[in-house]
Design a protein around this ligand. Structure first.
Ligand SMILES: Cc1cc2nc3c(=O)[nH]c(=O)nc-3n(C[C@H](O)[C@H](O)[C@H](O)COP(=O)(O)OP(=O)(O)OC[C@H]3O[C@@H](n4cnc5c(N)ncnc54)[C@H](O)[C@@H]3O)c2cc1C
Length: 454
């Protein structure tokens, strides 16, 4: 068996872009269909000293899955769902399986794969593991890491290793970061090893879920409501999402968004699992919402309706990506932020972020996302390279303040290449040295995903 390293320009061009707006043309492309072929690529890369950057579906917003150095390794061909253990609630999948397909397969067995990136129809399990992807429902269920039980990894030296989570309830052996080596690979953005197989844990599928869209006259009222919803004991949402007036404007134009009211300037979208009776769930919400919103809410009941809500939610990043793409020739693009703060600081953080863009004369950004986790996405459109550099200045200023509020510069999309310069804002020299030491140990030739994170 000899796997081809493709260098035809049109093939290489089909892998030069992800969702970051950046383009990097790889020198070679490899499209393995088996673990053995991945090993072969890694061995050849090692002997020819060629870097290897993994790609799933290339929905990364940080240029993590594109490269102009060496081999772009597409893992899409490893797309088998090999085993579902209904009683043990696990599923084994190849890295190239789409997240939504894992969810659909699990659902046929009455089970739920909980991580739910908005991009689930266009992103793979390998990418979700490598970025520790999360989503709206991470508010209740947690991020991908929690659901990874075992990984098969092709290491930088071509060895194949299996890592299994020990799930010990007690353990005092050695440094905590070495307890579960599996955790080194989750969120490592392809820099420490190539995931070729994963065993994921599943939850029981909720029998019914209700979605509620609540509308507010101002951003301040909507954000106050987010904090109240998080702290109230009578409601137990699985997500608390916020949409500002511009995000709502985009959502209204999506095929499923025409019922969103015109007079709202902010929307909070929540979902809750129905434990006993849908009416009881709705009554609790009605009582809690009380007079805090004067606009009639929308109720999303049943799978089809919930899908509609996901569609208008997804239209926001998708539209912003498309708008950013229009300015590529002039050196512009969409600039997306992924910062998060402790949830009570969210209103303050958003007000500061808006003030910084106003002061720099930048057009109002679109703000939407995982408010329940203190994690909004703030998206700008840079129309040319000059505007891009002004916006990046605003983002950096915002990130400094986010950190002073106890936040993080990247809560779910990772660092990739375009956020690398912000890593030292958050991590001190010792933390970066520790990460560099792990990288050196696992990938001494620095072959894997050069430019990502470090
Ligand atoms: C419209 C839109 C909405 C989004 N919404 C969310 C969201 O709600 N939550 C969220 O977390 N993210 C979101 N994202 C970001 C992105 O979809 C996620 O990071 C996703 O998990 C990436 O998966 P992918 O298959 O596209 O990976 P890619 O973009 O191909 O790769 C991402 C990273 O994973 C590495 N990688 C891929 N496969 C492997 C492998 N087998 N082994 C080792 N490393 C590998 C790559 O090298 C790269 O570093 C969104 C993106 C878009 C465009």
């Amino acid at each position: 068996m000899t796997i081809e390293l493709l260098n035809d320009k049109s093939v290489r061009q089909s892998y030069e872009a992800d969702a970051s707006g950046v383009r990097l043309l790889p020198e070679f492309v490899a499209r393995p269909d088996s673990v053995e072929e991945v090993v072969e690529v890694m061995r050849r890369a090692r002997s020819d000293n060629l870097p290897v950057t993994c790609a799933g579906a290339q929905s990364s917003t940080t240029a993590a899955s594109i490269t102009d150095r060496g081999i772009l390794l597409s893992l899409r061909g490893l797309d088998t769902i090999s085993d579902i253990d209904e009683r043990g609630r696990t599923i084994r999948v190849g890295p190239g399986v789409f997240v939504a397909d894992v969810k659909r397969t699990a659902a046929t067995a009455g089970l739920l794969f909980a991580p739910d990136p908005t991009s689930e129809e266009e992103s793979t399990i390998g990418g979700a593991i490598a970025c520790n992807a999360s989503g709206a429902r991470t508010y209740k269920y947690g991020a991908t890491r929690r659901y990874v039980q075992a990984l098969t990894v092709v290491m930088a030296n071509g060895e194949v290793k299996e890592f299994r989570r020990p799930n010990l309830e007690k353990n005092t052996v050695g440094y905590a970061f070495a307890h579960d080596p599996i955790d080194w690979f989750i969120g490592s953005e392809g820099t420490l090893g190539i995931v070729v197989d994963a065993e994921l844990s599943l939850l029981p599928l909720p029998s019914e879920v209700i979605g509620l869209a609540l509308f507010f006259a101002t951003e301040e009222e909507a954000l106050r409501f987010v904090i109240a919803a998080r702290e109230n004991r009578d409601v137990s949402p699985r997500c608390i999402e916020y949409f500002d007036n511009l995000a709502l404007e985009i959502a209204r134009q999506s095929p499923t968004g025409s019922t969103l009211p015109a007079n709202a300037n902010g929307m909070v979208y929540v979902e809750e699992e129905v434990l006993h009776d849908a009416h009881i769930t709705l009554d609790r919400w009605a009582e809690f919402v009380g007079e805090s919103s004067e606009i009639e809410p929308l109720v999303f009941q049943g799978e089809a309706k919930l899908r509609e809500a996901r569609q208008f939610r997804h239209s926001i990043p998708a539209t912003m990506n498309e708008r950013g793409g229009r300015h590529r020739e002039a050196g512009g693009r969409k600039v997306s932020t992924d910062w998060a703060v402790p949830y009570r600081r969210l209103p303050e953080a958003i007000a500061i972020a808006r003030r910084f863009s106003r002061e720099a004369g930048v057009a109002q950004s679109v703000i939407y996302g995982h408010a329940g986790n203190g994690h909004p996405h703030q998206n700008f459109i840079a129309r040319d390279s000059a505007e891009l550099s002004t916006i990046e200045g605003v983002v950096e200023q915002t990130l400094q303040r986010v950190l002073s509020l106890g936040g993080t510069v990247a809560a779910e999309h990772g660092i990739g290449k375009i956020k690398r310069r912000w890593l030292p804002l958050q991590m001190n020299a010792l933390q970066i040295a520790m990460m560099t030491a792990v990288k050196k140990q696992l990938d001494p030739q620095h072959l894997l995903a050069p430019g990502n994170i470090l």
